[in-house]
Design a binder for this molecule. Structure first.
Ligand SMILES: *Cc1c(COP(=O)(O)O)cnc(C)c1O
Length: 271
């Protein structure tokens, strides 16, 4: 079994960068005009060793994000059970079973197909007491390199075609009607980084996600007046990474996913 103890010097470094990022999250959330719960900071530990996760854990952190099913499964096996794992990578439905068996998997943020939703739902072990949270990934920037469903009702004249596509509504409907053990928590996006280098040029992709969430909520209320979703009835927004999490919080984000600013640069090879 790999050692999960964190070297004291690395632990100090991680505790410091975590404290800095937490402070920035707090500052940004205090600058919001609308009343909103404190954002969840997900520490994205992909490619980083389990000992790094342990360093953050010892500094009191519990929410961690991973992109690869095998890596998440391996880390979850050796790390403490009260960690809340967020899956944020591309999910192939043939890996859904493996992922569904992680007892402390908290949310799959990157759902894009009914097939994967069904596979997760069917493969959750009997012993799991709580539903599995899921979020729908939306491709707000329209870049072909990013996965995700088409956004809803984007303004004409913008960079996007006004979309007639209702795939977000269709997938949400499938979850509410046919996946009894899944809980629809919200929507997630990556967006394009270039658009958000400073506060004075807010990233339009964040607005697009928000709009998608609002339109989706309206449509679901019509179709499923009895159903429950989100947190306290609100579908959550997962948006914002190292380069833009403060802007994302100002734009209403509920969940930010921060890797590099906490753990340092990753090797170049990954996407
Ligand atoms: C890697 C990754 C992150 C974290 O990115 P950083 O720029 O290192 O903060 C967030 N979200 C997703 C989906 C990722 O793949």
């Amino acid at each position: 079994m790999a050692s999960i103890a964190c070297e004291p010097q690395r632990a100090t470094e991680l505790a410091e960068s975590l404290a800095e990022v937490r402070q920035l999250v707090k500052n940004a959330s205090e600058r919001r005009s609308e009343q909103q719960s404190f954002p969840t900071l997900v520490a994205v530990s992909k490619i980083k060793p389990a000992s790094d996760v342990m360093g953050c854990y010892d500094a009191g952190h519990r929410d961690f994000g991973e992109n690869y099913v095998n890596e998440l499964v391996e880390k979850a096996e050796i790390l403490p059970r009260d960690i809340r794992w967020h899956f944020i990578g591309t999910l192939q439905s043939n890996k859904a079973k493996l992922l569904a068996h992680v007892p402390n998997l908290y949310v799959v943020q990157t759902l894009t197909s009914a097939k994967a939703a069904t596979a997760l739902d069917r493969n959750l072990p009997e012993t799991r007491e709580t539903p599995l949270n899921v979020m729908l990934q939306v491709n707000t920037s329209g870049e072909q390199s990013k996965s995700g469903l088409a956004p809803l009702d984007v303004d004409e004249g913008g960079e996007h075609e006004p979309s007639a596509s209702l795939e977000v509504v269709d997938l949400a409907s499938h979850i509410l009607s046919s996946c009894k053990r899944l809980h629809l928590l919200g929507v997630m996006t990556i967006g394009s980084f270039e658009a958000s280098m400073d506060d004075s040029h807010p990233n339009p992709d964040f607005e697009t996600l928000r709009k998608t969430r609002d339109v989706l909520t309206e449509k679901l209320k019509e179709k499923y007046p009895e159903a429950q979703w989100g947190q306290d009835g609100r579908l959550l927004l997962s948006m914002g990474m190292s380069s833009d999490f403060q802007a994302a919080i100002l734009a209403g984000s509920d969940i930010v996913r921060v890797g590099t600013s906490i753990f340092g640069q990753r090797p170049k090879k990954e996407v």
